[in-house]
Design a protein around this ligand. Structure first.
Ligand code: PLP
Length: 487
């Protein structure tokens, strides 16, 4: 585009004052709203148009009229009236669904959050000593008891835990990792990137499908500070593949450390495993070996293990590091531990969730574990109840309901190969379309419902639908067919 032409198009953008003269909002909104908020919305609207012009986009003839731009600004202002972060119903059958908040909390954890947040708390105050305490104390003993570790530390999330461990123990040194474990977890968490951010020098060994003990042994040099093992939790290489188990890595590290001691060298090498999901108990009662527990990883003689709080553990977002006390003590003093520390609400939720593992009630009380382990017969019953509920609200001339077998997933990069047998209510649309109906359920309802969509029907997988949520599904569906009748 000629530069003159571009300048002319940019000059045609309305002035903010002109836009503001045309902004009309409901009186109630206007009365309570600071002027600056409306001005800000007008600026953003004009800026969005400027970007579209710079990108050489074709605009409608009246897109730059102040009246038109003012309408866009009003929409931005009115959007503030709706809460952005709100509950949704998960009818996808994916239990640990990262986009919609991973693990719902147990009622005990919710109560603890409210209690900690409502007033003051013992966050960093020891009632025993009647003096300053440490926020690390609330969960450490519980974590040790539940994993067999000497010490534990919880931070903001597992990505933060990995960053902190690498930066404390491997920054400026070499960390050896298998090429088969250089995973991307999603949301821009890639092992090579996080290693680079920590200042550790990554030494890759083996191949994508096979890594042998000798590969590690050959890679170890005088500056090797760590053998890193990453649980490839969201995929698995099946077939001609081999990785080196933690127990073997521990043996390799022990041999190297003995050699260093004999040679009078003072640096020691660590074995650290990023377990990803990390569960305190076997997550699937029916398949106890499906996923190693944190305790098992530590028993394999890893020095440190880290895992998420909101995956299989079923607690709040957190990253938990457990292992040797001397190492955890060093982590506690790392400035990153302060920058990445947990707030009181998360700590309260984590402590309350951990307590549920003490008395063996976790499979009933922790929602994530309960959903993963609900017997398929019970899911089938709930699916029939949901179908009935929908049939009461939605005419068979609009949608035909039936109960069908499905396969649910653990999700959240956990148990990638485990099919969880499940049941769903299938709504075959007689009127409207499945795609339109899905859009309505997600975009146009106060509580969005997220189904699975297949061609001409919707599936509401009941494994992830919680108590009381069936009503929401039925009423959202009924609203769709009402709106469809009006259209
Ligand atoms: C999920 C995962 C992470 C990131 O954990 P967050 O708690 O989401 O930060 C890191 N490593 C592995 C192996 C994972 O599965």
């Amino acid at each position: 585009m000629a530069e003159n032409n571009l300048n002319a198009r940019l000059r045609a953008l309305p002035k903010i004052d002109e836009v503001l003269q045309h902004v009309t909002l409901p009186a109630q909104t206007l009365r309570s709203l600071p002027d600056e908020v409306v001005t800000h919305a007008a600026r953003e609207e004009v800026e969005a148009l400027r970007q579209r012009i710079l990108a050489d986009e074709e605009l409608d003839a009246d897109a730059l009229l102040p009246e038109q731009v003012a309408q866009g600004a009003a929409v931005r202002v009115l959007a503030f009236a709706q809460t952005s972060l709100r509950p949704v119903v998960n009818a996808t059958g994916v239990v640990i669904h990262t986009n919609i908040g991973r693990s719902p909390l147990a009622p005990q954890a919710l109560e603890a959050v409210v209690d900690a947040a409502r007033g003051y708390s013992t966050l960093e105050y020891s009632t025993d000593a009647m003096a300053r305490g440490s926020r690390h104390d609330h969960c450490e003993a519980l974590l040790c008891a539940l994993t067999g570790a000497e010490a534990a530390l919880a931070v903001n999330n597992n990505a933060a835990a990995v960053l902190m461990v690498l930066s404390e123990f491997a920054a400026g040194h070499e960390a050896v990792v298998s090429r088969g474990e250089l995973v991307e977890i999603g949301g821009s968490f890639r092992i090579p990137d996080i290693m680079a951010a920590s200042g550790a020098r990554m030494v890759e060994v083996g191949t994508t499908n096979k890594t042998h003990p000798e590969d590690y042994e050959r890679a170890i040099g005088p500056d090797t500070a760590m053998l890193l093992k990453v649980h490839t939790s969201n995929y698995q290489i099946v077939g001609f593949s081999e990785s080196v188990p933690g127990v073997q890595l521990a043996k390799i590290a022990a041999a190297e450390n003995a050699r260093r001691e004999r040679a009078g060298e003072c640096a020691r090498m660590l074995v650290y495993e990023d377990l990803g999901s990390g569960s305190l108990v076997p997550p699937l009662l029916a398949r106890p070996d499906a996923e190693p527990t944190v305790r098992a990883a530590l028993e394999r003689a890893c020095d440190l293990v880290s895992f998420s709080g909101d995956k299989l553990l079923g607690g709040p977002q957190a990253g938990i590091v457990v292992g040797r006390k001397d190492l955890i003590d060093r982590l506690k003093k790392n400035p990153l531990a302060r920058a990445l520390r947990l707030d009181k609400m998360t700590l309260a939720a984590l402590e309350a969730t951990l307590r549920l593992y003490l008395d063996g009630s976790a499979y009933r009380t922790v929602p994530t574990l309960r959903m993963l382990n609900e017997p398929v017969e019970s899911i089938e019953q709930r699916a029939h109840a949901l179908a009935k509920l929908i049939e009461q609200r939605v005419d068979a001339a609009c949608a035909q309901c039936s109960v069908v077998k499905t396969t649910a997933r653990a999700g959240g990069g956990s148990l990638p190969l485990e099919d969880l047998p499940s049941f769903a209510v299938k709504a075959a649309l007689v009127r409207g379309s499945a795609a339109e109906c899905e859009a309505f359920l997600v975009k146009d309802c106060a509580i969005p419902v997220i189904p699975r969509v297949q061609k001409d029907h919707l599936l509401f997988d009941v494994r992830t639908v919680q108590d009381g949520e069936g009503e929401v599904i039925a009423s959202n569906l009924a609203s769709y067919f009402e709106s469809e009748a009006d259209a």
